[in-house]
Design a protein around this ligand. Structure first.
Ligand code: UD1
Length: 385
């Protein structure tokens, strides 16, 4: 098959795992609305495949079904990354894209950018430059390496520019555009599933509902928090004690569920004041987070979403790659000690917690800005080829 003419070469858009979808959905929509952007081809690597981590979110976010699915599934980091690369290379050969757009920091992000750069296909990284400065996090490795080989780097907060400059990346490749996650949040906010509906579906009826007038939401899935018994057990004990102060809704990631079972820790979450749920849809999570008194999490995206919603967030990590959520938003870095978690929760319950303000350019129009900039950039490249 011959290569398509260069001016209609598609933009290959990559998703692999849950946090990618809320970023890619508004971008695909904005690119489709801008006639200067070549057509998008959506590639799913298949890193996440459970319906609750995947199809349900596509539906909630009105993300079109992927044009191609590489169906890589789970594996060690090496196996998963290698398998994505092997399966993505023939896609690049067949599609001859004008560029590859990748979002975030998951294994799919790094794997696809490596394939593209070695074929001289421009790599466009959305959410570039975030740094936790913690190289034990797989995502930090993915971020640093992806940014090094990206041609165009779109950032969500101004601190990212300094991080990239320090790593030797030229200023003219870096563009501050704002946060695509917030595009999704603002456009789908009105469709959020009410908490009463969720509780009803979870079997909480009648008088039992009264207890859930105020509640906290907990999500935990970072390997550093859930893969090691010596960390997970005290964390769950802290959450069990926290639930005495405020009932907790806990949508459990498959990794966390599996480890709780493997380590025999189910007793620690078996409480009438802890509602354990399977992974939730996007609209369900929006409903839960926006009505919560506080959210406790180790997720990156939820730190940003709670800032945009003005809901206090206690981050159960020692660091964050999203410092603006602490400096301007509602986020507090609490770490993982029992004492600090309980103290931070008590403080929120007494004072109402941080309210914060909305960071610059988290305005729901990031997709439009990227589409407009990308169109001009691709035309500029085309003119020089
Ligand atoms: C990945 C991302 C992480 C992101 C998270 C969101 C990397 C390095 N990590 O972590 O940054 O915050 O997604 O969820 O890319 N599993 C299922 N069903 C699925 C997917 C996974 O059961 O649909 C289980 C499997 O047992 C798998 C484990 O979860 O081994 C971990 O999945 P994986 O995609 O490797 O990493 P996450 O922990 O989800």
């Amino acid at each position: 098959m011959g290569a398509p003419p260069s001016d209609v070469r598609p933009v290959l858009c990559i998703v692999g795992a849950r946090p990618n979808y809320m970023k890619m959905a508004p971008l695909i929509r904005a690119m489709g609305a801008n006639s200067d952007v070549p057509p998008a081809v959506l590639v799913h690597t298949g890193q996440h495949y459970d319906p609750s981590m995947n199809a349900k979110l596509f539906e909630d976010l009105q993300l079109p079904a992927p044009d191609l699915n590489l169906e890589v599934g789970s594996g060690t980091h090496a196996v998963q990354t290698a398998e994505i690369m092997k399966r993505f290379e023939p896609v690049v050969d067949a599609q001859q894209p004008s560029c590859v757009v990748i979002v975030g920091d998951v294994n799919s992000t790094l794997a696809c950018s490596l394939v593209a750069v070695k074929k001289n296909v421009p790599v466009v990284h959305v959410e570039a430059g975030l740094r936790s400065f913690d190289r034990s996090m797989p995502e930090e490795i993915n971020r640093v390496l992806t940014d090094q080989i990206s041609d165009l780097l779109y950032t969500t907060e101004r601190s990212a520019h300094a991080n990239l400059a320090r790593e030797g990346i030229d200023d003219d490749r870096i563009h501050f555009v704002g946060n695509l996650m917030i595009d999704s949040l603002l456009s789908h906010g009105p469709r959020a599933v009410p908490v009463a509906t969720l509780l009803e579906q979870a079997g909480v009826h009648g008088e039992a509902l009264a207890k859930w007038q105020r509640f906290g939401v907990v999500t935990l899935h970072r390997p550093s928090n859930v893969d090691d018994l010596a960390v997970l057990r005290p964390l769950l004990r802290a959450l069990r004690d926290a639930s005495e102060l405020l009932p907790l809704v806990c949508p459990l990631h498959p990794r966390t569920r599996a480890n709780i079972d493997k380590f025999g820790l189910s007793d620690l979450v078996a409480s009438p004041r802890i509602l354990v749920l399977p992974p939730q849809g996007y609209l369900e999570m929006l409903g839960l987070m926006s009505s919560a008194t506080v959210v406790m999490t180790d997720s990156g995206g939820i730190q940003e979403e709670t800032t945009a919603l003005g809901v206090p967030c206690l981050t159960l990590r020692e660091n964050t790659e999203r410092p603006i959520t602490v400096e301007q938003g509602t986020n507090t870095l609490v770490g993982r000690s029992h004492e600090h978690i309980l103290a931070a929760l008590s403080e929120v319950l007494t004072s109402g917690g941080k309210r914060g303000r909305i960071p610059e350019l988290w305005d729901g129009r990031t997709g439009e800005r990227i589409a407009a900039h990308l169109a001009g950039w691709l035309q500029g490249r085309h003119a020089h080829v």
